[in-house]
Ligand binder design. Structure first.
Ligand code: AHZ
Length: 310
């Protein structure tokens, strides 16, 4: 392989990134060489507390009845949120993420390396988002984002800017709200708690949770692990499905197509996408190639949109 050879870098038209060498920052004009005079506008501490808590409690109130809850803000959950919020500004979309930092496994490529690989045609997602990428000279079938954090931070910045999206991070989905539906059940929301509380149920007396009602839950909590595959596992423990398929070993070619094609409503009101689906269906894992995660997000958004169209 021709190591050290760089591929052609594609910069989508929508990229507005400031380029190196573009000129001096206005901030230097404004503040530079005047640090002796520098002073922040005054504030009282309680004003900071009130500014934060008022907004948070308003959001809790507002999103207690949501249209869609996305569980997990990894590459699949964030991709779902992007497509959904863009298409339907009238839908209230709550994203619940257990970790303080949204992004899941998409801050790095694989084995903690920086670059992120996406197989074509998932480069279309990068082009729409405005993430520059490089064509791979050794194989035209995939593209490379120079740092996965560039992808994740761009996606996050777009998703969080939508007025109809609220991210509740450091918040864990602990259970599902269900209703009887004939002989079946239908999901009607999620049960949530601060993640720090969730982590301490074993060593504290009962610390009851909170709830968010929504007719559609999109679960993208990743493959099994301390926090992963949450909704898939809960479906089994509540007898809504018999058993998990169990994620199989790694096969990039088989895994990515299977995950995208099968992203669907697994139980009434519950759409599962991303690596969580591999635990339901017994698909292979794909390792460090993220095209299936973003395209599964696109499909999960389409499935959700279909529900709201009918
Ligand atoms: O913190 C989790 C992560 O950010 C979050 N999460 C998990 N359980 C949760 C719960 N409540 C709230 N109960 C929860 N949040 O879900 C997110 C999952 O992100 P991820 O990046 O792990 O999953 P993904 O399916 O979006 O992307 C998978 C990326 C992988 S794994 C893999 C392999 O192992 O082969 N290959 C790829 C591309």
């Amino acid at each position: 392989a021709p190591t050290g050879i760089k591929g052609k870098v594609i910069v989508p038209e929508s990229v507005t990134t400031t380029l190196a060498g573009e000129g001096q920052s206005k901030l230097l004009e404004q503040f530079g060489n005047k640090w002796d005079e520098f002073k922040f506008a005054p504030i009282r501490e309680s004003q900071v507390s009130r500014a934060m808590t008022r907004r948070y409690f308003q959001d809790l109130d507002n999103y207690a009845e949501s249209d869609v809850v996305i569980v997990g803000a990894g590459s699949c959950g964030l991709s779902t949120a992007y497509v959904l919020a863009k298409a339907r500004p009238d839908l209230k979309i709550a994203i619940v993420e257990a970790s303080v930092s949204p992004g899941g496994g998409a801050w790095l490529g694989g084995q903690l390396f920086s670059a992120m690989i996406l197989r074509r045609p998932a480069d279309a997602f990068l082009t729409e988002l405005g993430v520059p990428f490089e064509e791979e000279p050794t194989n035209p079938n995939f593209v490379v984002v120079k740092h996965a954090a560039l992808f994740t931070s761009t996606l996050l910045s777009k998703v969080l800017a939508f007025p109809n999206v609220k991210l509740f991070n450091a918040t864990c989905v602990e259970d599902l709200i269900t209703r009887p539906d004939g002989d079946d059940i239908r999901l009607a929301g999620v049960v949530v708690n601060w993640t720090l509380v969730t982590l301490h149920h074993d060593d504290h007396s009962c610390m009851d949770p909170n709830t968010i009602n929504a007719p559609i839950i999109v679960s993208t909590t990743g493959h099994d692990g301390p926090f992963g595959a949450f909704c898939a596992k809960r479906l089994v423990s509540m007898n809504a499905i018999d058993k998990l398929g169990g994620m199989r070993g790694l096969d990039m070619n088989a895994a990515e197509d299977a995950i995208v094609k099968n992203t669907r409503e697994v139980a009434k009101g519950l759409i599962i996408g991303g690596m969580e689906l591999s635990e339901i269906d017994g698909f292979n894992r794909m390792g460090p190639t993220f095209g299936a995660m973003v395209m599964s997000g696109v499909k999960a958004a389409e499935e959700t949109l279909r529900v709201f169209e009918t």
